[in-house]
Design a protein around this ligand. Sequence first.
Ligand code: CAP
Ligand code: MG
Length: 429
Amino acid sequence: MKYEDFLDLKYEPYENDLVVLFRVEPNKGITIKEAAARVASESSCGTWSDLKFFPKRVEKLKARVFEIKGNLVKIAYPLELFEPSSIPNLLSGIAGNIFGMKAVKNLRLIDATFPKKFLRYYKGAYCGVEAISKIFRRKEGPILASVPKPKVGFSHKEHAKIGYMLWRGGLDVIKDDENLASQKFNKFEKRVKLLAKYRDLAEKETGKPKDAFINVTASTLKEMIKRIELIRDYGFRYFMLDVVVSGFTAVQTATEIAKEYKMAIHGHRAMHAIFTRNEKHGMSMLFLAKLMRILGVDQIHIGTVIGKLESRENEVLAIKEAISEKEVKEIFGLRLYQNWYHIKPILPVASGGLHPGILPELFEIYKTTNIVVQVGGGIFGHPMGIEAGARAVVQAVEAYKNRIPLEDYAKTHKELKIALELWKNMKPV
Ligand code: CAP
Ligand code: MG
């Protein structure tokens, strides 16, 4: 069995094959066919030498390159190659050794079409888009969140008090920052307990459901589970996990627990840009976001286009559709066809460099307000303080929903007025 045996441009994928789209850039002296065959071989059952002795069943485990268009290569994988219901195992194959092969100068995993037979091992999210109605008892979004800034350094007392101010200011959620865990100055258990007290107070005063995205990212699965259970015991309906740094076994463990405890997961994607940003090499954010939908994370950051972090509009929209629609069509070179069958739609999270002055632009880009919007610096930099900063965000959303230009709405809403005077519609970098 040689590399060439993994190339079959006449092969028609079976309905139950996993089809993966790669961008393959061969190294010097290697043709695209040779590079593509090596990708298929190394990501399924082959190796560099011509194998003579192997059991018959291996023939059926071979991946096959069946389409090459320029650098775009489609490879079909038989599902028998993978352990059902294990995303880590899937990735060790289609996103493993191949990125280090000398045969490729660059390699990028763009997307995959997951067949029904693959998806049937996954339950999907506990609520996904239904969080808007199920948790916040509203017909439409956005779910409004904020993160205390500076991102770490507040004590648990200061953090919880800030939560109370954000909730009173009209936000739905206070979110831990991605690098807040259980530091000396803000111990996890103390933060959860005090936040719960302020949440109850804010719910009583406002008559509205209030929640928190408290970060359970931890050193071990055991500790992560302990933190999820503490959050559950104090009546929160969400918890947050840094999905990339925690790894796929942790995500799969957390989603199983979330379903058992009837909790929703806020997925933070810190560290994703290490492998998603370079358009020639790595893995697309679209594919990572699809994995989160399969695993059952209820909402995942996917970019703002206009905020401080790199995110291309065509990709953000392709991702938004891929995680929130029932079925999406192929977009050449960007996304494959996907039917999601029973896997629930999940919520896109827009965050990073947002402030009241650019929220209308954000909603126009997303073409919906049924998203999670997270505003940190755009609240904590408000001259009138935290509660006023939160009110300015709420006012900008109200203005947008009522189709009133922000400047007009600001005439009768001073918190928005002050925010616009400070930031207008600048795009932070
Ligand atoms: C935003 C944020 C989020 C980023 C994550 C931060 O704060 O809290 O972690 O949005 O990036 O730490 O930068 P600001 P992404 O609102 O103050 O910018 O959403 O692209 O995953
Ligand atoms: Mg952050």
